[in-house]
Structures are given as structure tokens and as C-alpha cells.
Ligand binder design. Structure first.
Ligand SMILES: Cc1cc2nc3c(=O)[nH]c(=O)nc-3n(C[C@H](O)[C@H](O)[C@H](O)COP(=O)(O)OP(=O)(O)OC[C@H]3O[C@@H](n4cnc5c(N)ncnc54)[C@H](O)[C@@H]3O)c2cc1C
Ligand SMILES: CSCC(=O)[O-]
Length: 402
């Protein structure tokens, strides 16, 4: 029976680890927690531990700018991102937790002829994929975003790719909602439990070594974003990803002035307004590999400077705070949802700058891959694609420069 929450008890249990689980997920971010949730909900696998070295949701899932959209180009991308976007629509009801999904609309501005052609192509592809987007005129952009300057001297606005059912959600609540639901199913969400080693015998995983001792398992999911290379190394294999800082900032709160999300990928900036009134601003990744969850300040200056031509009001804002995360970027800007060279170890990584929007679709598909050994949502994103040259190039749809 569903556990009723009076609101007075702790939202999730904090158990010590057992000796063995059917499945262990390393990483209590959105993708790891969603994977565990759908292992239980869709496949009845509930003897699961989610091991987190810090605090749940403390990685990129608690550090992103919460943009949700599915306006990608390739068929496998459209499938998983649209699955995710549709699951976001009902997530609050499904988890009985208000994740504040707000389908306020997302525009990807076309500020060059190349982008006009590219986004029109994406709109046509989306029509064939069942993803609802349209290419809109500059006048329509101005109607949706009155504060925008269409006549920028360097990059005038020539139109935009509009997804009305894209939007935002409260990132912490997504992690908390999934964590509570996993805990309600009797799963163990174990924080401050760093995985320091992965044990296998005869090419098959048998367990992990952690800061809380050795824990055995039959199946292991690695879902650690920017630390994927390190953790995969513990199991003896390498990944084609780079870990780079990605930053964001919020301004002081101001009166409501923008009720959708705008991404200006030519100038590498994007902006929305939070429910508290802050302007939430992000840009491209820092240009160097690093594990600092901060990034270099000049990058933030570049982002803000780039946005001022299109949003002159930005020039008068004061910055409230800036932060960063470590994103896991693949060469084709598509994720890795795959078996690995070690039997019963699975990897969910490579979401780069854009994995928040994918969390429920990724969890759904990756749980199926772990439970059944294959998943229509994941099969195209296997590690083998890099050996076989089957790239899923989403460098345009991925948005910001990275
Ligand atoms: C500034 C910024 C802005 C972004 N904006 C957007 C956006 O607007 N829209 C969008 O779709 N995406 C966005 N993203 C990307 C998105 O945040 C990520 O792709 C997504 O959150 C990744 O989720 P995850 O669960 O894979 O990783 P995380 O949330 O990072 O979780 C991984 C967890 O693994 C843990 N871990 C690591 N190593 C170990 C270990 N050895 N043992 C145990 N635990 C370990 C970490 O502590 C972490 O909590 C942004 C990212 C950043 C940094
Ligand atoms: C950080 S970029 C946000 C997105 O991918 O929509």
C-alpha cells in the first residue's frame, strides 16, 4: 500500500548498507534515483541500494538551470527526450511530490541564416518524430518575449524554434521525489557512502568497496555524471567522455518580465526567470577539463556580455550568485546508456550539459536495460557506437557551446 506522508516524518530513510543487494546504483543524482525508481516500479526489482558519496541531488541535478525540452534532431534522441518530457508532465502525480513542472515554452533563437535552416530542419524532423515544435517568425518571438531586442547589430533575431510544452521543473524536488519513492519501496538510499572500488570475478561484477565497507551485488549501474571516467576506471574500462565545468548564475529577484525559456546558441547564452523572480542565466562550458564545481569567472562575464545585445535589460541586473557543476561530455553530444566490458555492469553517462531534461526517460530506459539486457530507448546509445562510428550527432540541439 502507498505510504501516506503526514509531513512530520523524514522523507526517506537513512539505513546502513546490507551485505548484499540484487542491484546497486552508484550516484544518487536524478538519473540514478530515477533508474532505481523504475527498476522497482516497472520491473519489481526492489532489493536495490543507491550509493551516494555526498548528499542526494548534490551533483549536477541540484546545480542545473532546469530547462526541459525534446527538440533534438536524431530519432533516438527525440524518442528518449520526448519520453522524458511526457513523464515530466505527470511526474508530480506519479511521485505524489510537487516537482513544479512548468510547461512555459522554450525558444531556441535563430540569429544566423545557418540557424534558420538548421532549426527549420529540426522542426520538420520533429514533425515526423511526434515532437511538437514549430519554427516561428521574429514578430512571434517578440510577442512571446517582449523584452527581447530583435534588431541586434551583430546578431539580429531571424526567428526561433518554439516548443510550447517545453519548460522547467524544480530540480531539487525531482531528486527528492524520486528518493522518497525509492525509500517507500524499501530501497536503501545511502548518502555519504563513496564507492572507492569495484570488485569482479571472472569478468563478472560481484560488488563494490565503499567508505562504509564492501557491499555485494548481482548488477551494478554507474550513474555518476562528471565522475564517470573515474568510476569506470575502478571497473577497468575507459569512456569516451571529457569532464568539464559548466557554470550558471542568478540575478537579484526582479518583477516578472519573462515567462518562457530562451536559448541563444549563437552567442552561447540562455535565460529564464525563476518563480522567485531571479533571472537564471547560463552559457557554454569552460574550455578545459576539470573537477572543480566552480568554473572561471571570466566565462560568466562572457556569457552576460553576449546576452546584452539580445536582452539589453541584462546590463542593469546585479548578480546574486554563481555556481558550477562537472558535466560529462561525449564527442557526439549524446549520452551513453550501455552494457560494459564487465558482465552485469551498466553505464549511464555522457548527458553533458543537457541531462536534467532526460532524467525520467533515462531512468525508464536504463532500468529496462539493467533488468532485461536491452531497451528500445537505450539500444542506440551503446558504448559500441564509438567503435563502430555510429555517432548520434546532437551538437546543435545540445544548445550551449561545449
Ligand atoms: C550549471 C549547469 C546547468 C545545467 N543546465 C541544464 C538544463 O538547463 N537542462 C538540462 O537538461 N540539463 C542541464 N544540465 C545538465 C544536467 O544537470 C545533468 O546532465 C544531469 O543533472 C546529470 O544527472 P546525473 O544524475 O547523471 O548526475 P548528478 O546529478 O551529478 O549525480 C551523480 C552523483 O554521483 C555521485 N558520485 C560521483 N562519484 C561517486 C562515487 N565514487 N561514489 C558514490 N557517488 C558518487 C555524485 O556525488 C553525484 O551526486 C546542467 C548542468 C550544469 C552543471
Ligand atoms: C545547459 S543547456 C540547457 C538545455 O540543454 O536545454
Amino acid at each position: 500500500a502507498a505510504r501516506y506522508h503526514t509531513g512530520w516524518e523524514r522523507a526517506w530513510a537513512s539505513p546502513e548498507p546490507k551485505k548484499k543487494y540484487d542491484a546497486i546504483i552508484i550516484g544518487a543524482g536524478g538519473h540514478g534515483l530515477a533508474t532505481a525508481y523504475y527498476l522497482g516500479k516497472n520491473h519489481g526489482i526492489k532489493n536495490v541500494a543507491i550509493l551516494e558519496k555526498g548528499w542526494l541531488g548534490g551533483g549536477n541535478t541540484g546545480r542545473n538551470t532546469t530547462i526541459i525540452r525534446s527538440n533534438y534532431l536524431q530519432d533516438p534522441s527525440a524518442a528518449i527526450y520526448e519520453k522524458a518530457r511526457s513523464l515530466y508532465e505527470t511526474m508530480s502525480q506519479d511521485l505524489n511530490y510537487n516537482v513544479m513542472f512548468s510547461p512555459r515554452g522554450v525558444i531556441m533563437l535563430a540569429q544566423t541564416e545557418h540557424e534558420v535552416r538548421g532549426y527549420k530542419r529540426t522542426a520538420h524532423a520533429n514533425a515526423l518524430q511526434g515532437v511538437k515544435t514549430e519554427f516561428i517568425s521574429p514578430a512571434r518571438v517578440k510577442e512571446i518575449v517582449p523584452i527581447i531586442n530583435l534588431e541586434g547589430p551583430r546578431y539580429p533575431v531571424l526567428g526561433g524554434l518554439w516548443q510550447a510544452r517545453g519548460g522547467t521543473a524544480r530540480h531539487d524536488a525531482v531528486a527528492w521525489g524520486y528518493a522518497r519513492a525509492c525509500s517507500d519501496m524499501g530501497m536503501h538510499v545511502i548518502q555519504k557512502c563513496e564507492v572507492t572500488g569495484i570488485r569482479n570475478e571472472g569478468g563478472k561484477v560481484v560488488g563494490v568497496t565503499t567508505s562504509k565497507g564492501d557491499i555485494d551485488c548481482d548488477k551494478l549501474g554507474i550513474v555518476v555524471a562528471g565522475h564517470s571516467g573515474d568510476v569506470a576506471g575502478m571497473a577497468g574500462f575507459r569512456l569516451p567522455i571529457e569532464s568539464v565545468p559548466l557554470q550558471a548564475l542568478v540575478s537579484e529577484p526582479i518583477k516578472p518580465c519573462m515567462d518562457c525559456v530562451v536559448m541563444a546558441n549563437t552567442v552561447h547564452g540562455y535565460m529564464s526567470q525563476s518563480d522567485k523572480g531571479e533571472m537564471v542565466i547560463g552559457g557554454g562550458t569552460d574550455g578545459h577539463n576539470a573537477f572543480t564545481q566552480r568554473g572561471s569567472f571570466h566565462h560568466i562575464e562572457e556569457t552576460v556580455r553576449a546576452l546584452i545585445e539580445t536582452f539589453p535589460m541584462v546590463a542593469r541586473l546585479k548578480m546574486l550568485r554563481q555556481w558550477g557543476g562537472i558535466v560529462d561530455v561525449t564527442g557526439d553530444r549524446s549520452p551513453i546508456l550501455s552494457k560494459t566490458p564487465v558482465e552485469n555492469i551498466f553505464i549511464n553517462s555522457g548527458w553533458g550539459t543537457g541531462g536534467f531534461k532526460a532524467i525520467p526517460g533515462s531512468g525508464w530506459g536504463f532500468a529496462e536495460l539493467m533488468a532485461k539486457g536491452h531497451s528500445p530507448l537505450c539500444d542506440a546509445f551503446s558504448l559500441d557506437r564509438f567503435k563502430e562510428g555510429r555517432f548520434i550527432d546532437e551538437s546543435v540541439a545540445a544548445g550551449v557551446a561545449h
